[in-house]
Design a protein around this ligand. Sequence first.
Ligand code: ARG
Length: 267
Amino acid sequence: MKAIKWKWHQLILGLSCLLLTIACNGLLHPVSISPNSGFKTLKVATDPTFVPFESKNANGNLEGFDIDLMNALAQVGGLTVEWESLPFDGMISTLQAKTVNAAISGITITAERQKTISFSRPYFKAGLAIAVRANNQDIQDLKSLQGKKIGVQIGSTGADFAKTLPNVKIITFNSGPDFFQDLLNGNVDAVISDAFATLYAIKDGHLKGLKVVSNLLTEEFYGIATPQDSPYLETINKGLATVLANGTYEQIYQKWFDTKPPQLPQK
Ligand code: ARG
């Protein structure tokens, strides 16, 4: 009799351990990112230092064009977005490591990046421009940048562009807001970065005392990035096609840019 009782104890103890292990595993991995698991959660990275595409508002919540767009197209595809804030510079390697399912962060589609990650169809027409202090008279074009100190964000297309200029001193920054601060302080003479974001920040008062030099330096398109051959790419592209066709895209564009969106290429 005693022996049987002991076995019961062992069995109950064993079962409790098993249950505890399962529960703990659940806590450690609350969200499955496997497309076949039935948990339809998409882990999406963003660098929220890029007004008006992604930033954190006073309450610490993410907001911006990219945030609205991603949430809208995820809804179409039956997915919930789990946001993860990451520095822009680490975004591509994070996608390569597949620790997130996607990234939306005003990321320009480039041939170089396409070697290691995949992109959705273009969702925004953008381009680079030179920003200077509002009272600067001598920087009017690329030529006048010679001998000047130029601020760029590490890992950005602005940084790539600056590298092609002769006789300039390039100063790299971790995030956009930092290089604008240094431009205001006079630590750099000009910044090369995404024109739309800069113009928006000047207009809405985020950036005072700066201006953008007339012409765009490049034409670029932003895409939603995923690891290569991501099973989610098709859902993302379908979602984009739907919000482009049903007026949601236009609504979001109007909300943030107060104007009608331009035509976007399919590819
Ligand atoms: N469009 C540029 C690029 O792809 C800069 C994007 C910066 N985005 C950001 N969230 N900080 O390199």
